[in-house]
Design a protein around this ligand. Structure first.
Ligand SMILES: [Zn+2]
Length: 115
């Protein structure tokens, strides 16, 4: 499953940072585009499973879905592509160019405040 692989790789990165900072991670934000979209429930479950018994156990994982953008070839409007209704919102054209999808990214790790 896609989510398991992603969760394990995210966990590995967080553990490396935690090791370096000697701090306990409490929250992390992962963002992803639409083509490699993560199922939020599956991702959280996979992460919890992978994190069990590590310093990451019980931390909060947040997933931010980045919408896919497209540029209309007719009127050059840049818009968020809705895959259900793939039309330019400005001129209703179906002729558009899809922008590169957002990569899967570990955006942020928050550590416990030691003070
Ligand atoms: Zn247009």
């Amino acid at each position: 499953m896609h989510e398991t692989v992603v969760a394990e790789s995210v966990l590995r990165t967080i553990l490396e940072h935690a090791e370096k900072l000697k701090a306990r991670p409490v929250r992390a934000v992962v963002s992803c585009g639409q083509f490699n979209a993560l199922n939020e429930e599956a991702m959280k479950f996979a992460f919890e499973t992978a994190a069990a018994g590590t310093v990451c156990e019980g931390m909060l994982l947040q997933i931010r879905q980045i919408p896919l953008r497209a540029v209309c070839r007719a009127c050059r409007t840049v818009f968020e592509l809705n895959l259900m209704t793939p039309l330019c919102p400005q001129c209703r054209s179906e002729d558009f160019e899809i922008q590169p999808d957002a990569p899967l990214l570990l955006e942020e790790i928050e550590f416990e405040d030691k003070s």
